[in-house]
Design a protein around this ligand. Structure first.
Ligand code: FES
Ligand SMILES: [Fe+2]
Length: 448
C-alpha cells in the first residue's frame, strides 16, 4: 500500500493528514480539506502548511534530498504564498523590446492578475502602466497595436503614451480635480538583453543588480540586438514549477524527446555552471546547433569565444524566464502562472538582425521553428502528465537524480522565498541558505 494512504506519517516528518485508504478522503478529526469539492485532492495538505519541518527533506543536499511535497504543485494556499512572495516581488519577464519598435507601439499583458500596457514612448523609452482607467477603472487597451494616445473606451478619458492624463470630457465642474494626479499608474519596467521585465515591488533592487554576472556572461551574443521573428503561445495545465523544473533538467530528454533524441548531446555533457546572481545556467558542448534537429543552420554570431562556438547555454532567470542560446540563435520561454495548475507559455525564436536580413532566412528559419514546434509540445505534454500524477491523492515526495541539480535549486529557491531564507537550521546541509548567500550582497533581503 502506498505510504500515506493507510495513515502513515510522511517521511518529511511533518504533521501530514491521515487518510482512509478505501475512500481516499481525510479521516483525522479537525484536519483541513474535509468537504473539498474535488474528492480527495486536498489530502496531504498539512494544517500548518508553512511550518519548516514539512520541507526539511528538500533542504538536504541533493543526494539525500526529497522532492517538494506534491501539494506545493496544486494547493491554492501554497500558490497564493508564491504569488505574494515571489511573483509580486521579483522581476518578471513580459516580452521583448522589439515587440514595440516604434513610439506608440504597445502590447497589453496580464501578470499576476494585473492587466498592464507596455508602450514605447516618444523619447524612445519603454514604460509599463496599469491597464486601468483612472476614472472608473476600465481597461483602456487590448491586444497590441499602435496609437498616439490611449482613449478609454468608456467615457473617452485620454492619456499620453507616458501615462499623463490629457483629456477629460465633462469634468469642468468636478471640484478640486487635478488632472496631474490622475495619470495611469506606473509599473516598474527595466530591460536587459532586449527582455522587458516588470516588478510590482517598489522596494525590489534594480534588475541588473539581481542579474549579477549574467549580462557579462552573455555579452558576446549581443542578445539585445537580436530580433524575434516568430512567437507562439501555449496554455499548459501545470503548475509553473513543473514547467521550469522540466526546462532546467536534461534527465528527461532520452524519454520525452525520444523521437528526436540522438547521442550528439549525451546526458553526461551537461554541466551546471556556477552562478552569481538570481539565475541558473546549464551548458553543454554540442555537435551542430542545439537549436536544430541535426540540420545545417546559420553561421555563428561573430565574436563568440571558443567555448561559445562549440556549445549552448540554457540560462534561467528566476522565476519565469528560460532561454536557450546557441552560436547561431536564441529562443526564449516565458512562464506565466495563471493559477496553481495552469501556466501560459510564451516563446519566441530570435536571431541576429544580420541573420534575419539574409535572403535565405525564411527558408532556413523553418528548420529552427520545426525544432521548437517539435520539442516544446513534447515538454508541454510531459508537464501535463506530471501534473496529473502529482495531484493524485496520497502522492508522496520522491528523490532527485544528481542530474536534477537545478530542480533541487529551484525547489530551494521557492522555499527561501515562501518560508524565508533563515527558516530552517542549515547545519544539516541545507542548500537554502547557501542559495541565498550566493546572490550579490545587495540582493539579499528578507524573504519571509
Ligand atoms: S472609465 Fe475610463 S473614461 Fe470612464
Ligand atoms: Fe524537454
Amino acid at each position: 500500500m502506498a505510504p500515506g494512504l493507510n495513515g502513515e506519517v510522511s517521511p518529511a516528518g511533518g504533521a501530514w493528514e491521515r487518510a482512509d485508504s478505501a475512500t481516499r478522503r481525510p479521516r483525522a478529526p479537525g484536519v483541513r480539506g474535509q468537504g473539498a469539492p474535488r474528492g480527495g485532492e486536498r489530502m496531504g495538505l498539512p494544517a500548518d502548511l508553512f511550518a519548516p519541518e514539512h520541507y526539511a527533506a528538500t533542504r538536504r543536499p541533493i543526494r539525500e534530498a526529497s522532492t517538494l511535497p506534491p501539494y506545493c504543485y496544486w494547493a491554492p494556499e501554497f500558490y497564493a504564498r508564491e504569488e505574494e512572495r515571489i511573483f509580486l516581488r521579483e522581476w518578471l519577464c513580459v516580452g521583448r523590446a522589439e515587440q514595440v519598435p516604434e513610439a506608440g507601439d504597445f502590447f497589453s499583458a496580464e501578470v499576476c492578475g494585473r492587466p498592464l500596457i507596455v508602450v514605447r514612448e516618444k523619447g524612445g523609452g519603454i514604460r509599463a502602466h496599469l491597464n486601468s482607467c483612472r476614472h472608473r477603472g476600465t481597461a483602456i487597451a487590448e491586444g497590441d497595436g499602435h496609437c498616439t494616445a490611449f482613449h478609454c473606451p468608456y467615457h473617452n478619458w485620454t492619456y499620453a503614451l507616458s501615462g499623463e492624463l490629457l483629456g477629460t470630457p465633462e469634468m469642468e465642474e468636478a471640484r478640486g480635480f487635478d488632472k496631474g494626479q490622475y495619470g495611469l499608474l506606473p509599473v516598474r519596467l527595466e530591460t536587459w538583453g532586449g527582455f522587458l521585465f516588470v516588478n510590482f515591488d517598489p522596494g525590489s533592487p534594480p534588475l541588473l543588480e539581481l542579474l549579477g554576472e549574467l549580462p557579462a556572461l552573455m555579452k558576446n551574443y549581443k542578445v539585445e540586438a537580436m530580433v524575434c521573428t516568430r512567437r507562439q503561445t501555449y496554455e499548459v495545465r501545470c503548475n509553473w514549477k513543473v514547467y521550469v523544473e522540466n526546462a532546467m533538467e536534461e534527465y528527461h530528454t532520452p524519454t520525452v524527446h525520444k523521437s528526436v533524441y540522438t547521442d550528439r548531446v549525451p546526458l553526461e555533457s551537461w554541466v551546471v555552471e556556477e552562478t552569481r546572481g538570481l539565475y541558473e545556467i546549464l551548458y553543454t558542448e554540442t555537435q551542430g546547433s542545439l537549436a536544430l534537429l541535426g540540420d545545417e543552420g546559420f553561421p555563428p554570431i561573430p565574436g563568440l569565444s571558443p567555448k561559445e562556438l562549440v556549445g549552448s547555454y540554457i540560462p534561467y532567470v528566476y522565476p519565469s524566464l528560460v532561454f536557450l542560446i546557441s552560436p547561431d540563435t536564441m529562443f526564449y520561454v516565458i512562464v506565466e502562472p495563471k493559477g496553481p495548475e495552469h501556466s501560459t507559455i510564451s516563446m519566441g525564436n530570435c536571431f541576429p538582425a544580420s541573420t534575419a536580413a539574409r535572403p535565405d532566412f525564411e527558408a532556413m528559419a523553418k528548420r529552427y521553428y520545426n525544432r521548437t514546434s517539435t520539442t516544446l509540445p513534447q515538454d508541454n505534454n510531459a508537464c501535463e502528465w506530471q501534473q496529473r500524477g502529482i495531484r493524485a491523492p496520497g502522492a508522496q515526495p520522491g528523490r532527485y537524480s544528481v542530474r536534477e541539480q537545478l530542480v533541487h535549486h529551484i525547489a530551494n529557491y521557492v522555499l527561501d522565498r515562501v518560508l524565508g531564507p533563515a527558516s530552517i537550521d542549515s547545519s544539516g546541509g541545507s542548500v537554502g541558505r547557501w542559495g541565498w548567500r550566493k546572490l550579490p550582497a545587495a540582493a539579499g533581503r528578507p524573504g519571509g
